[in-house]
Design a protein around this ligand. Structure first.
Ligand code: SF4
Ligand code: SF4
Length: 82
């Protein structure tokens, strides 16, 4: 999963770009729901939120490192839900 740092300026550019609806407005900054973030695996080659964020505040979460396989399984589970 990726994580939004407190450098976030609440510009709202990333939220509509997420194919998994993993991003939402939190109390102070935007937040990523790690259970829905596939790092865009299954949808795109690159994390879409990282591509659009004007202040580059969406790094990989070092506490939630996931393999491509795990991310693909998460994508499959999310799409099976709908
Ligand atoms: Fe959404 Fe992709 Fe960003 Fe994860 S990396 S929050 S799935 S846009
Ligand atoms: Fe925050 Fe970046 Fe998303 Fe804008 S694009 S709301 S600065 S994380």
């Amino acid at each position: 999963s990726l994580i939004i740092t407190d450098d976030c300026i609440n510009c709202d550019v990333c939220e509509p770009e997420c194919p998994n609806e993993a991003i939402s407005q939190g109390d102070e900054i935007y937040v990523i729901d790690p259970s829905r973030c596939t790092e865009c695996v299954g949808h795109f080659d690159e994390p879409q939120c990282q591509q659009v964020c004007p202040v580059d505040c969406i790094p990989l979460d070092p506490d939630r490192v996931e393999s491509k396989d795990a991310l693909m399984k998460k994508y499959e589970a999310l799409t099976a839900d709908t």
